[in-house]
Design a binder for this molecule. Structure first.
Ligand SMILES: *[C@@H]1O[C@H](CO)[C@@H](O)[C@H](O)[C@H]1NC(C)=O
Ligand SMILES: *[C@@H]1O[C@H](CO)[C@@H](O)[C@H](O)[C@H]1NC(C)=O
Ligand SMILES: *[C@@H]1O[C@H](CO)[C@@H](O)[C@H](O)[C@H]1NC(C)=O
Ligand SMILES: *[C@@H]1O[C@H](CO)[C@@H](O)[C@H](O)[C@H]1NC(C)=O
Ligand SMILES: *[C@@H]1O[C@H](CO)[C@@H](O)[C@H](O)[C@H]1NC(C)=O
Ligand SMILES: *[C@@H]1O[C@H](CO)[C@@H](O)[C@H](O)[C@H]1NC(C)=O
Ligand SMILES: *[C@@H]1O[C@H](CO)[C@@H](O)[C@H](O)[C@H]1NC(C)=O
Ligand SMILES: *[C@@H]1O[C@H](CO)[C@@H](O)[C@H](O)[C@H]1NC(C)=O
Length: 815
């Protein structure tokens, strides 16, 4: 980290955590907040401020709440959003009946809090959550507010704020967009809960549905799988006789995040590195448009036409199935007779966004079989499903009326829907195979309509066949039935479609071996595609053999290879997608680092050690990774570490496992000296890299770069200095201070020094490291660790490619 970055981080750290404003957070009946005097209320922790502002280019004045220390003003709530004040006469008071009232010229009321209760001596207080509350002065610790701004949201959803209904009072809390950036009055878009039997969250434009994320199924919403609990926040959906609401809370309170509805969409942001980074937004694509394909239509991005009928249905206006006709939807291919129950069955649909729930019926205590019987016996029932899919699934929801707004979902959990069909339909009640068949049907339809507009495709003749094989294989993988007899081949068209033609906004990163893209297969599975760079690739057959070998390496701490693709000079590896990205993203970031407490870090350290041990000793191949570093450690949804890029050295044509190579791949800062200088590598050079990684995880600092400017020390020498001076804990990332289990931390530091020994034979092997980590083995005294400070020399830059933060170099090019 250079000095300016260091100063910047310290400065923002200071801003966020040490500025405690001494401004008041409340006003009582004898006080006021006045625009002309510029007075404000600041929440006790200094995060939020209440005051007067003018939005965008407007000169109108509004009373609102925004983030205090974030330089880009971000208003989260507006009081008089419908009633602007045109001059600076605004004054907020608590009037003698205890109501907050905003007065303007001539003491006319611009806004007042809608509280029904009268209170003698009430105060208005801005809480740390950003909630402006009215309460009785002596009820300090009660949450019994007479009024609160969280009940009247503007366009921003903050942690702790409920969206939805209080059924006792009829109060609905709904986000409404601003009319424009200059005008906070309610615009067209709004976002809230529709009180159907099976309630669901719907974005509306005026009074019509605009986009549904679907109902809560216990785990999430299958129309918006991104909205779910993570390591940072927790979502909850509550339905009972008094309330139906949805809310989120921060697990990591130091992380600042908000969700906002602007004039076109819903977006979630997180505040990192001095700016708001967008996490996700909705609606995202054409298929999110409500009911685009009409009844029983299925909207599939990338297909042409994008509207298809679900299985067992055909377009209503068959001759002219064009965009104008889609909304007419689909009709059954075979008519259903309701009375004759022998002739009725249900087909299971897997992997779809649940249809609109306007006409549904729910019983939370029925099981799936009771649900089927209930649906079978009611002629108006067209489909049923479990209402909650946690564990084995429970509850019953039935649909009455045509099914609309269906599309494949990207959710990793599926809420299977059983749709009423004539018994003659081939898939009725056969279970397992269904998905495969549906996929093939879709593929066949797609092929008939000519998906072939994707420019990459050359081989139209083989395309359909490949595509079918692929999809079938993928599906076997999903169901975990394939015995990995061979690695699935994906054709280029499938990958191009999944990654939106390698669109730059699908790019996840850039590593030494090529670019990585995120993709979504038509069945909704998320994948990561590594598009290998061309240079110094080995021959085709060698490549295939290597891929097949590497695909056999399976361990819970290795990223799973799902398949590969070789076509038209392109070679790609397809991996499972890791939602939390890479370790460097967390440990080197001042704010995100707070997510990783010690127990999580220790779990990550142990996981990496086990994965490496497997590569070195337990797999048949004995793989030396050769490029172990924080950006090659990926994190799954539970923050378990998975090593990526293993076996790349083999794929790139260096398949010995120990010895001497004249091609050095690796990353400065992590390379063992004997490897960087002499090209000698062995499992022990990976152990060295592991030692560096360990120091980085402990300290939250990068090894590369001058770490401690005033001493000219790098991370290794600095850590050793502290160790020798008997104050090892000074190295530890400040955000671990609360969670310190000192013994464990010191042991890890000790192990890292052992891994960083100059001579490979002095370093432990990974099985000893794993035992040492668990305290099952004594630790020898370390000698002074070594660190090779690499410099890019001009002669070495022949074949280098840069990654985001580091340089991967090839010192001597063999070919
Ligand atoms: C109101 O703000 C003042 C600071 O001006 C503070 O001393 C007082 O404790 C606050 N009252 C309550 C009830 O929080
Ligand atoms: C306080 O304000 C409310 C809302 O404007 C109003 O209904 C009430 O009459 C006011 N009370 C007094 C004593 O002015
Ligand atoms: C305020 O009152 C004065 C005189 O009472 C009147 O001339 C003026 O128009 C009023 N202004 C507004 C904005 O009502
Ligand atoms: C104020 O509250 C009443 C009843 O509690 C409700 O009917 C009315 O719509 C509310 N007004 C606003 C602006 O929220
Ligand atoms: C909503 O926000 C997105 C991203 O910030 C932006 O692209 C879009 O233009 C905004 N919509 C409007 C109407 O401002
Ligand atoms: C819900 O299902 C349970 C179990 O089948 C049944 O006992 C109960 O009566 C049902 N409730 C309603 C409202 O139908
Ligand atoms: C079928 O279900 C609907 C919705 O729950 C209900 O209104 C209707 O009465 C039911 N019909 C029969 C025959 O049970
Ligand atoms: C997949 O779903 C499971 C629950 O079935 C959840 O625990 C996990 O976090 C999800 N993973 C991803 C990548 O979304």
């Amino acid at each position: 980290m250079d000095i300016s970055a260091f100063l910047f981080l310290s400065a923002s750290f200071f801003l966020f955590y040490f500025v405690f404003s001494h401004a008041a957070d409340n006003i009582t009946q004898s006080q006021s907040l006045s625009d002309s005097e510029g007075t404000t209320l600041v929440s006790n922790d200094g995060v939020f401020v209440l005051g007067f502002f003018s939005p965008g280019d407007s000169t109108n004045r509004y009373l609102g709440i925004w983030y205090n220390n974030i330089p880009i003003p971000m208003v989260v709530w507006v009081a008089n959003r419908r009633n602007p004040i045109t001059d600076s006469s605004g004054v907020l008071i608590v009037n003698s009946s205890g109501r907050p009232v905003l007065l303007k010229q001539n003491s006319t009321v611009a806004w007042s809090a809608n509280s029904t209760k009268e209170a003698g001596n009430s105060i208005v207080q801005l809480l740390d959550s950003g909630n402006l509350v009215l309460r009785e002065e002596n009820e300090e610790n009660s949450e019994n507010y007479l009024w609160q701004s969280f009940d009247y949201p503007s366009d921003t959803w903050l942690p702790g704020m409920k969206l939805g209904w209080d059924l006792r009072t009829g109060l609905e809390r709904r986000l409404t967009a601003w009319k424009s950036p200059d005008d906070p009055s309610p615009g067209e878009l709004s976002w809230g809960i529709e009180l159907h039997e099976y309630p669901e969250i719907v974005m509306k434009k005026g009074s019509s549905e605009f986009f549904r994320i679907g109902p809560w199924n216990g785990l999430g919403f299958n129309g918006a799988p991104e909205i779910r609990s993570t390591a940072v926040y927790k979502f909850s959906f509550v339905t009972n006789k008094d309330e139906v609401y949805f809310m989120f809370d921060m697990i990591q309170h130091s992380v600042i995040t908000r969700a906002v509805l602007n004039q076109t969409r819903y977006e979630r942001y997180i505040w990192v590195d001095g700016k708001w980074s967008q996490y996700y937004y909705f609606p995202r694509d054409e298929c999110d448009a409500y009911n685009l394909c009409g009844v029983y239509g299925n909207c599939i991005i990338g297909e042409s036409p994008i509207c298809q009928c679900i299985q067992g249905f055909k377009p209503k206006s068959e001759e002219t199935w064009n965009p104008d006709e889609w909304s007419k939807g689909c009709v059954r291919s075979t008519q259903l007779s309701c009375q004759d129950k022998e002739k009725i069955g249900f087909v299971k649909f897997v992997g779809y966004k649940l249809p609109d729930t306007t006409y549904t019926w729910v019983n939370q205590s029925m099981n799936l079989e009771e649900c089927r019987v209930k649906c079978l016996n009611n002629c108006s029932c067209v489909a049923y499903s479990n209402s909650d899919i946690r564990d084995v699934g429970s509850g019953c929801v039935t649909w009455h009326g045509d099914l609309i707004d269906i599309k494949p979902t990207a959710a990793n959990y599926t809420q299977d829907v059983y749709i009423r069909m004539p018994a003659s339909e081939p898939e009725v009640a056969k279970g397992k195979q269904k998905m495969k068949v549906i996929v093939i049907v879709v593929v066949a339809i797609a092929a008939v309509f000519g998906v072939l507009s994707i420019p990459y495709c050359l081989c139209k003749m083989t395309n359909l066949k490949d595509k079918m094989e692929n999809n079938v294989m993928i599906e076997q993988n999903i169901e975990g039935q394939s015995e990995d007899l061979e690695v699935p081949f994906f054709n280029l068209t499938t990958i191009a479609t999944a990654t939106n033609n390698f669109s730059s906004n699908k790019k996840l990163g850039e590593g030494g071996f090529g670019l990585v893209y995120k993709g979504t297969l038509t069945d909704g599975q998320e994948i990561a595609v590594k598009r290998l760079s061309q240079s110094s690739m080995q021959g085709l057959n060698e490549f295939k053999t290597e891929v097949a070998l590497i695909a056999k390496l399976q361990h819970r701490n290795l990223v799973r290879l799902l398949g590969y693709c070789i076509e038209r000079q392109e070679s790609m590896l397809i991996y499972e997608y890791m939602p939390n990205g890479s370790l460097d993203f967390f440990i080197f970031d001042q704010i995100r680092a707070r997510v990783l407490g010690w127990s999580m870090r220790f779990n990550i350290i142990c996981g990496i050690a086990r994965g490496l041990l497997y590569l070195h000793e337990d797999s048949r191949l004995r793989i030396v990774h050769r490029d172990l570093k924080a950006s090659n450690i990926l994190l799954d949804s539970k923050m378990n570490p998975k090593i990526s890029d293993f076996g790349m050295a083999r794929i790139f044509g260096g398949d010995q496992t120990e010895g001497n190579t004249n091609r050095v791949v690796g990353t400065y800062g992590y390379m063992a000296p004997e490897y960087a200088i002499d090209g000698l590598f062995s499992v022990k050079s990976d152990v060295f890299s592991f030692g560096i990684l360990l120091l980085e995880i402990l300290s939250g600092k990068k090894n590369r770069g001058s770490f401690h400017p005033s001493h000219g020390l790098n991370l290794v020498t600095y850590a050793w200095k502290l160790w020798k001076e008997g104050k090892p804990l000074e190295l530890i990332d400040t955000c671990l201070e609360d969670s310190c289990i000192q013994l464990e931390i010191v042991r890890c530091l000790h192990i890292s020094f052992l891994c960083l020994q100059q001579h490979p034979e002095d370093r432990p092997n990974m099985s000893s490291v794993v035992m040492m980590l668990h305290g099952e083995s004594s630790l020898p005294e370390p000698k002074e660790p070594t660190y090779f400070i690499g410099k890019k020399s001009p002669s070495s830059s022949k074949n280098q490619s840069s990654s985001a933060n580091e340089i991967t170099v090839t010192l001597l090019e063999a070919r």
